[in-house]
Design a protein around this ligand. Sequence first.
Ligand SMILES: Nc1ncnc2c1ncn2[C@@H]1O[C@H](COP(=O)(O)OP(=O)(O)OP(=O)(O)O)[C@@H](O)[C@H]1O
Ligand SMILES: [Mg+2]
Length: 234
Amino acid sequence: MLFSVQDLHVSYGSIRAVHGVSFEVDEGEIVTLIGANGAGKSTILNTIAGLQRPDQGEIIYRGANLARMDAHNVVKQGVALVPEGRRIFGNLTVYENLRLAGFQVSRDDLEARIKLVYSYFPRLEERRDQLGDTLSGGEQQMLAVGRALVTGGRLMLLDEPSMGLAPILVQHIFEILAEINRQGTTILLVEQNAHMALKLANRGYVLETGSVMLSGPSKELAESPEVQRAYLGG
Ligand SMILES: Nc1ncnc2c1ncn2[C@@H]1O[C@H](COP(=O)(O)OP(=O)(O)OP(=O)(O)O)[C@@H](O)[C@H]1O
Ligand SMILES: [Mg+2]
């Protein structure tokens, strides 16, 4: 088992956002967590990434417990978050954003990884000197994924990469994610777009108000009446 979350509880003051969530990700898999607004998806990813403290639970990656580890140490362990809403630096260029993401990476590795990012997203190389703010939504999402790639993480956490993008762009980004996965990066994908997420992922977990309601191979989930009714408009 590459990665597992066991009995995770997270709250914001008196608001209990995540209560007792457990799931696993094997090396090389794409696993998705799907759920509606407020289900706790971002809270789970942010907690894994060290941006939020859990009340209880374990987050095990390659045998190390990430729960309560600082965010920069989580990155060092090889876990990279692509946050909800991209969170790129609007007043820095594409290239500067990528360099900054690799602040813990040696100079030689950094340039090699930026080249790798440009190979996945040639558009970013064309726009290397353009300010983050002036990129289109799709380009900003590419840059957010690029920033995670630069860290060299082997487990990528993606928080709603499809948000706000036209279907054709979602398609494009998801194709690149599939390629990134084929090249050896394990992916944990959080999505409201259950249709696309279940197409890309090997397995999935359905979250409702902070708990896992259902899990299984993507194909089974996509065919389940509950998922069809609640998430696939069926
Ligand atoms: N900073 C915060 N302070 C208080 N409550 C919060 C905070 N962030 C999230 N919550 C609450 O925690 C619960 C889970 O929120 P979370 O953002 O994890 O959901 P989500 O599944 O990512 O939703 P979405 O699909 O809208 O992004 C919600 O009830 C939300 O209101
Ligand atoms: Mg969210």
